[in-house]
Design a protein around this ligand. Sequence first.
Ligand code: FE
Ligand code: FE
Ligand code: ZN
Length: 278
Amino acid sequence: MFQIGCHLSIAGGFLAMAKDAIQIGANTLQFFTRNPRGGKAKPVDEKDMADFRNLIQQHGFKVILAHASYTLNACAATEAIRQFAIETMADDLARMEYLPGNLYNIHPGSHVGQGVEKGIEYIAEALNAILKPCQQTTVLLETMAGKGSEIGRSFEELRLILDKVELNAKVGVCLDTCHVYDAGYDIVNDLEDVINAFDRIIGLNKLHAIHLNDSKNPFQSHKDRHEKIGQGTLGLETFSKIINHPQLRHLPFYLETPNELEGYAEEIALLKSLYKEK
Ligand code: FE
Ligand code: FE
Ligand code: ZN
């Protein structure tokens, strides 16, 4: 089954978000757990979450992806900022237990001049602080473009973080196509090599989700500007290869392209037409 969805707004609540997803032909979705610029999450509305769960179950959604605020920085130089990231992520994970068995994506963070090694240490510390043996959510580290001092620009950096996490079964990786291309993994010309490198360095068993974004910038630009599918430097053929790849085709795919609902509906229809059912 082709699992395809996109980033949606949670502003109207969970049930309204599920209805949006269904209306645009999606069978999975991603949302920010709270305002991406930080701030407080809404109080838990158990009825809304239960209605949401029922509706997506009826429509065959297998898994959904929550995305942490991208302003959190678990490897900041200031202790208060690191602590805020830990508390916010722990609160998000507590809420995710109302939607058991799903995924929670985080950006590893930026080391802001402290060095990659220090940054990795802080991120692993944060993960060890928030992960609980009984939790039913898998936390994913996103592959990053390497803008500024972002950690997670290489598969090796992600592997180093994962190796320091005690509850290793609770963590995995989300691969962002725009980010890896901007970071210097040539998925346009050498997709096979990139997948093999991921498998060798991290392990494909750790790959739980893919962000499908075209890129506004050239290979290795370290920029992170998403483009609509087929309209950037990756091109449509690359996306066709990715969604149909024997080692990726079972994964859930999420669009984070510059679109309103209508544009997302078109991209979802386009990708469905490219997906070859077995
Ligand atoms: Fe992200
Ligand atoms: Fe992403
Ligand atoms: Zn991005």
